[in-house]
Design a protein around this ligand. Sequence first.
Ligand code: SAH
Length: 426
Amino acid sequence: MNVADSERVSSALEHLGYTHTSNAEDADVIVLNTCVVRQSAEDKAYGRLTSLLPIKRDRPEVVINLMGCLVGIKDHQPLRQRFPYVDVFSPPSDPAPLVEYLIQRDARSAEEAETARRFALMDGDLVLPRSSGGQVAGWIPVVYGCSHACAYCIIPYRRGVEVSRPPEEIYREARSLAAQGVKEITLLGQIVDRYGKDQPAYPTLAGLLRELSGIEGIERLRFLTSHPNWMTDELLECVAELPKVMPHIEVPNQSGDDDVLQAMKRGYTAEDYRRLVQKIRDRIPGVSIATDIIVGFPGETEAQFQNTYDLLAELKLDVVHLARYSPRAGTLSARSLEDNVPETEKWRRFRALELLQEAIVREIHATYLHTTVEVLFEDKVKKRWRGRTPTNKLVFVETETNLRGMVLPVKIIRTGPWSMLGELVS
Ligand code: SAH
């Protein structure tokens, strides 16, 4: 989501005539887009922000824009006091404050300002960084914010309530990405399968995917992240039937224990999740499934952790994003529950699931050996082209040929827990 947000800022600046550089020392405008989902991310954001101070001291004309969840949607006066060298503060997903600042500084007349403003913020007209050399995969946020309020999660407080974007804006953005050579689009939302629920006139997520399937040049569609309670049969059928919608579902369960799930306010049980996984696998043959897990939620006992371990051992999912519980100021769990699982214990649980999952993924990947898969190639890393299978597995192929943006059959010749090696089928 932050990558997508950053691209929108970058696009607005390209409209104003700026070009992209990844080197802060060379930049006239530095955008620091931040995440605070865990304390470690917040610490990193503060670290990066502090590291920008010498640049601002050397070149006071550099514009520093702090953006994202560190700023949030409420009063950012304390941040302004703490970091007086930041010129612009922007909430998540919003390029407007920076655009406005630059226009105020540079426009020679009110008329010129108005033209620049309209030009820079044309919704749906997305320009990829010209220096990127051809981006293969693009992201489109379709739901901003979140209204679910999981007990541990800070995102609703920092990104605001759930708002679905108008479908026309999404289609326009998708067409502009396709026109710039993008082959794969991932639709984003904190609870992406709730798309349109706040706007009865809008299509469902399945409807969006159906419409986007018609765009020429777009070869693959994905979406994340889904909440188990909103995965409809219509959506699963659409993934099963539309050739461009890839068989990969990101649906976090967070815990395998019913009491922990209830304390997290997730709204389902382990058995509900188990049934959902079965249903997804029944409807979408060969599907891959990814989940998120938090270990060490307040009060999580050894037995409760074991329930999570057992569920993952049973379900054998393709990807598990693991996190150690991190109390976030203002959330329900930080306000009402003591962060009482010791750090060493959180790490132990984390490592146990990591090891379990490594073995599971090794086993899953081994089933790909000697099979032929369709790979969309994205970029070259050292001597190898990197791409993904429909199920979102990383595949590397060693070749001198430029494969960027191509979908090609690849025979898998080696597999490991993190990626696979293949060769082009002639
Ligand atoms: N809205 C999406 C993504 C949320 S952030 C969803 O619900 O799936 C990505 C992941 O970070 C979450 O799924 C959760 O596993 C993790 N996370 C969120 N808050 C956290 C916290 N306070 N401590 C540790 N992990 C957290």
